[in-house]
Design a protein around this ligand. Sequence first.
Ligand code: ATP
Length: 240
Amino acid sequence: MSETVLSVRDVEAFYGKIQALHGVSLDVREGQIVALLGSNGAGKTTTLKSVSGLVRAQSGEIRLRDKPITTMAAHAIARLGVVHVPEGRHMLKGLSVTENLELGAFTVRDAQLRRRRLEEVFELFPRMAERRNQDASLLSGGEQQMLAIGRALMQGPEVLLLDEPSMGLAPKLVTDTMRIVKRLNERGTTILLVEQNARLALKLAHYGYVLENGKVRMQGAGAELRNDERIIQAYLGGAG
Ligand code: ATP
């Protein structure tokens, strides 16, 4: 079995006095897509934020391969290759597509490597290549999501944390986005995917976790969860 890239053990996290995570544990193995599912407020975003250091885990442990990262600063965690694409796309207005992508690689010192990654992103997203000199804020919602993912790829992620990449997109673009997630994974990127659309996420995911009130309630292989009656009732609209 492949190596565990990311392991989260018994993590508790708070916003002030409000406890958002009550001992979350999960594993992401090399080369996998792992889906994190659950209804609004279940703790999906908070789980990603505790991994990337944007929210501090109060207890528990998070490891990247064998390295504990639980108390590291967000920028240091990012530098190790834990790259978080938050919900919403956060383009920088007034900067071109290329400039936005280059910002993603500001920690990469090797200029040749930066150029190579940029070419790879353009190869993966021909739309970005066509629009490379355009102001990023003029891109459509779907294109901005591609740009956000492209910017994350510029950092050369060991593990990519994707928070609801399909949020707010038209149905066709949702399908396109999921296709991109699949392609990234086929090219070797390990992905922890938060997604409201459980049906789509479980089509792609090797493994999935269902969060409820800040706890893991269910877990299993993607296909297994997709066929689980409880999941179908709660998250797949009842009709398998
Ligand atoms: P959604 O799909 O709505 O983003 P989620 O599963 O990602 O939901 P979280 O955003 O992680 O859930 O929220 C977990 C819990 O923490 C919820 O009860 C939420 O109200 C609370 N919470 C999240 N962010 C904050 C915050 N900044 N301040 C206070 N409470 C928060």
